[in-house]
Design a protein around this ligand. Structure first.
Ligand code: ISE
Length: 336
């Protein structure tokens, strides 16, 4: 039958997922929504038959008709919500980051292991983006030889309210951390952060940005990430893999190029909801299909934990200017 979903958190991403589940995804219905802002939750629920509105996430998860949970609340509250879903035995699609630091991610990892089965798919949507999937297939086929470097750029027009400098790592660069681990099939072993001098000491958002984040991996690869969350001009996520016999780049955004009056040009998407629309559609559809078959696929709690550990090292590297090693626990059998 139809999968009844409770959506926890109805901000930019949560509201977009409610729309998606209601209008795009096959085999799913939004059964409940929860948000601390009661009005916002009610407005969304009012548009959907049989959907109830809540301020308490626990109440939404326990509402009639709920078979699965989509967590789109801020990272710091994910742990409690995930543990609650585990108690109820509900499958979860959890937006990134799994949690903001390694300690809380490890507690989630241990809780899922105690259950003895996977319940969580983590929302690393780039793994469902058509361009990134092509790059992954190309690298896996070793068509360009051995991958040795990734050059990444990650730019936002401006971040959401309350965004902190640490979140440049834990909320934004967390994507490149997952991209690196997934594309290369390697773990990140150390992180460094370099900052260019800004004319008045701080970047456009009041923090020292853009920043350059460097990863080393256990396979000997080197990765650089420009993170610029206040670039002002558009949303850009670009990744070039440099291999022993060639390079390949995604994210140029040349879906359409115009020519007029002696110039060529195109549009730059303004945010992730637009740039990754297809990826989110595919990610949520795959999650719903898996839930209805009673299986769990996609990025796991292990991936979320490994990313959180690299983020924690990144935040420390950002604060100290040092090269910070990433420490991981041994990978449990459940995730091998
Ligand atoms: C946001 O939470 C995302 O996940 C976006 O993909 C990223 O570009 C942005 O920097 C984050 O704040």
């Amino acid at each position: 039958g139809t999968l009844g979903v409770a959506v926890i958190g109805t901000g930019r991403m949560g509201a977009d997922h409610v729309r998606r589940l209601h209008e795009i995804t096959n085999g799913a219905a939004v059964a409940a929504v929860a948000d601390p802002d009661a009005e916002r939750a009610k407005r969304l629920a009012d548009g959907i038959d049989g959907c109830t509105a809540h301020t308490d996430p626990d109440a939404a998860m326990a509402a009639p008709g709920v078979d699965a949970v989509l967590i789109a609340s801020p990272g710091p509250v994910h742990e409690a919500q995930l543990l609650r879903a585990f108690e109820l035995g509900l499958p979860v699609l959890c937006e990134k980051p799994l949690t903001p630091d390694a300690g809380s991610a490890l507690r989630v990892l241990e809780a899922e292991q105690r259950l003895g089965r996977r319940l969580v798919q983590v929302g690393f949507m780039r793994r469902y983006d058509a361009e990134f999937l092509r790059l992954k297939a190309l690298l896996d086929a070793r068509e360009l030889g051995h991958p040795m470097m990734l050059h990444c750029r990650h730019r936002n027009v401006s971040p959401s309210p309350g965004f902190t400098e640490q979140m440049m790592i834990s909320d934004s660069v967390v994507h490149e951390i997952d991209t690196t681990r997934w594309l290369l099939g390697q773990e990140i072993t150390a992180v460094r952060v370099l900052r260019p001098a800004a004319p008045d000491g701080s970047g456009p958002g009041g923090v020292g940005e853009p920043q350059l984040v460097l990863f080393e991996t256990d396979g000997g690869a080197v990765v650089d990430v420009e993170i610029f969350v206040n670039c002002g001009f558009g949303y850009q996520v670009r990744c070039e893999a440099v291999c022993s016999a060639g390079s390949a780049r995604v994210g140029d955004g040349h879906a359409m190029v115009t020519n007029a009056a002696g110039r060529w040009g195109g549009e730059i998407a303004q945010d992730f909801v637009v740039r990754f629309e297809d990826a989110y559609d595919r990610e949520v559809q795959r999650w719903v299909d898996a839930c209805r078959r009673g299986v769990v696929e996609g990025p796991s709690v292990w991936d979320g934990y490994a990313a959180a550990a690299a983020c924690e090292a990144g935040v420390r590297a950002q604060a100290t200017g040092e090269r910070v090693p990433v420490e991981l626990v041994e990978r449990p059998a459940l995730y091998r």
